[in-house]
Design a protein around this ligand. Structure first.
Ligand code: PMP
Ligand code: GLN
Length: 380
């Protein structure tokens, strides 16, 4: 295979989900809900198939979905977009990330990414011929150190790749951090790709702030969202990009030759879901916060060091209080010993030491499943 695939191996999520099936384990590894999204959403996709929405839709997405994305950005953040030129529907956020990096990264360019990073970032930066420059979010608080970010910028920097709410740490970047990112991006004329797929999973009364709303950002920001997390349909792979007309044109230039278009019958369904009342979004958040607390409290009482997340559906723990030192060894041992699967942080770092003792658990599961996992973990 080509050099660009060097070291990419198999994604940790596929590896650990296969291990979960093989060992009949409770899978708190890969982040996907074990219940479906709202009925109205599911029925709308079925109806769309029956109504014949089964051929190539428009490349940028069906007009109803582009309008619904615009309305959603206006309703939650007061942001205005033009549906014909400033919105692009993609095959999940994953394609949006890949197409954005292909659109902006020249071979040899540096891409600064928050570490631990979502695994597709590293792979797509490499496939685009770029070099990854990590800025580490460190335990216990996993805050962004703006001095470290500033120090990571060089004459080769092209793109800042930001993710908030952040997988896997659960950090929700605050106003000071976002303002700092914006000022560095403007000063060094960087493109900012911001992955905000967990925008509706923010807890304890905190707010998600879109990076594009900061001064000087609108023209340089590629904002990425997804239906997968917000509507519990991770298998549908409907995501989107919003940005200036030139941003959307650039990303679409790559997107059109990756997948051409994205899932026709899912698009009208997601358009309807984005217009659901506030009670849907509120209940998603409060239900998930209760699951967070159940799993965090349970893991703490088992002796883990628990880093309670501000957002996402993942909690990070430190395994050292239980006498283990290495998260990869811990996660390889765990299914056989207890019948539970989790994900080691280490695979999401260049600076492996910062993630060595950290393990991520997904809490987007039914209460009885989380309880079963906690009960199995008493075998540790
Ligand atoms: N970004 C982050 C941070 C994620 O956690 C995920 C989901 N695993 C994605 C992107 C991919 O989203 P999608 O399923 O819409 O491709
Ligand atoms: N985003 C989910 C996670 O972080 C699933 C990722 C995947 O399977 N590619 O677990």
């Amino acid at each position: 295979h080509a050099q660009r695939l060097q070291g990419l191996g198999t994604t940790i999520f596929a590896e650990m989900s296969a291990l979960a099936v093989r060992t009949n384990s409770v899978n708190l590894g890969q982040g996907f809900p074990d219940t479906d999204g709202p009925d109205s959403l599911l029925e709308a996709a079925i109806a769309a198939i029956r109504a014949g929405a089964n051929q190539y839709p428009p490349g940028r997405g069906i007009p109803a979905l582009r309008q619904a994305i615009v309305d959603h950005q206006q309703r939650f953040y007061g942001l205005s977009y033009e549906p014909d030129t400033e919105v692009l529907v993609t095959t999940g956020a994953t394609e949006a990330i890949a197409a954005s990096l292909l659109a902006y990264v020249e071979p040899g360019d540096e891409v600064i990414a928050l570490e631990p990073y979502y695994d597709s970032y590293a792979a797509c930066i490499a496939m685009a011929g770029g070099h990854r420059v990590p800025v580490t979010l460190r335990a216990p608080d996993f805050r962004l150190d703006l001095d470290e970010l500033r120090a990571a910028v060089s004459s080769k920097s092209k793109v800042l790749l930001i993710n908030s709410p952040h997988n896997p740490t659960g950090t929700v970047l605050d106003d000071t951090e976002l303002r700092g990112i914006a000022s560095i991006a403007v000063e060094h004329d960087l493109v900012v790709i911001t992955d905000e797929v967990y925008e509706h999973l923010v807890f304890d009364g905190l707010q998600h702030h879109p990076l594009t709303a900061y001064d000087g950002m609108a023209e340089r920001t590629v904002s990425i969202g997804s239906a997968g997390k917000t509507f519990s349909v991770t298998g549908w792979k409907i995501g989107w990009v919003t940005g200036s007309p030139s941003v959307v044109t650039a990303v679409n230039t790559a997107k059109q030759f990756l997948t051409y278009v994205s899932g026709a019958p899912f698009q009208p369904a997601v358009a309807g879901a984005l217009a659901l009342g506030n009670e849907y979004f509120d209940s998603l958040r409060t239900t998930m916060q209760a699951k967070r607390d159940l799993l965090c409290d349970g893991l703490a009482s088992l002796g883990f060091g628990v880093h309670r997340p501000q957002g996402t559906y993942f909690v990070t723990t430190d395994v050292r209080p239980l006498g283990y030192t290495d998260g990869v060894d811990f996660c390889r041992m765990l299914p056989e010993k207890t019948g539970v699967v989790a994900i080691p942080h280490q695979v999401f770092y260049d600076n492996v030491e910062a993630g060595r003792p950290l393990v991520r658990w997904a809490f987007c599961k039914q209460t009885h499943v989380l309880e079963e996992a906690l009960s199995r973990l008493t075998k540790l």
